[in-house]
Design a protein. Structure first.
Lengths: 109, 120
């Protein structure tokens, strides 16, 4: 049950695009299309922004996009805005019927 | 509207026990899977435990044998019984429900969290 690997921090200027990677194994990220991404603002509960690799919940900006190749998933934020500054976590369902989260990435705008 | 309200957190001595509750409204806990996720101060999210609709339960290795997840369908509430608590169990504990969608294998709804502090 090792955490998925994410970069500790990513930064970008307003209007730019950034990508956050999330690397796991064939027992989690690579095993299913059940990768999700969460945004967490300071002092708040996490909020899902991407589920099942590419799907956005209702109300989530189209600027958030997810993808996956092999054991690595990615979250891209297009047209970076100041309000996107937050911590981001990936997560995956696993072959053991459990869940695992990523190490987290702090996005600075 | 889906709502999750955690309670039961507090200060407990090392080796002690505590039971967290997650009161749900707007849906039925027995037909959705429910998880507990924790976050130590300044650290990342850590999945702790899940109870599926059929009653199967699973745990993170870090809490296996010490924590027990359960639910009371009559109270529409999920619990996390924690025992043999250690300092590294200190964290905000969130209750989360499966999301909508074809599989539901993500945490679509979260409570506000309850703080557990293990210290002498």
């Amino acid at each position: 049950q090792s955490a998925l690997t994410q970069p500790a921090s990513v930064s970008g200027s307003p209007g730019q695009s950034i990508t956050i990677s999330c690397t796991g194994t064939s027992s989690d990220v690579g095993g299913y299309n059940y990768v999700s991404w969460y945004q967490q603002q300071p002092g708040k509960a996490p909020k899902v922004i991407i589920y099942e690799v590419t799907n956005r919940p209702s109300g989530v900006s189209y600027r958030f996009s997810g993808s996956k190749s092999g054991n690595t998933a990615s979250l891209t934020i297009f047209g970076l805005q100041a309000e996107d500054e937050a911590d981001y976590y990936c997560s995956s369902y696993t072959t053991s019927s459990t869940f695992v989260f990523g190490t987290g990435t702090k996005v600075t705008v | 509207e889906v709502q999750l309200v955690e309670s039961g957190g507090g200060l407990v001595q090392p080796g002690g026990s505590l039971r967290l509750s997650c009161a749900a409204s707007g849906f039925t806990v027995s037909i959705n899977y429910m998880s507990w996720v924790r976050q130590a101060a300044g650290k990342g999210l850590e999945w702790v435990s899940v109870i599926y609709s059929g009653g199967r339960t699973y745990y993170a290795d870090s809490v296996k044998g010490r924590f027990t997840i359960s639910r009371d369908n009559s109270k529409n509430t999920v619990y996390l019984q924690m025992s043999s608590l250690r300092g590294d169990d200190t964290a905000v504990y969130y209750c989360a429900r499966e999301g909508l969608g074809s599989s539901g294998y993500y945490h679509g709804y979260w409570g506000q969290g309850t703080l557990v502090t293990v210290s002498s």
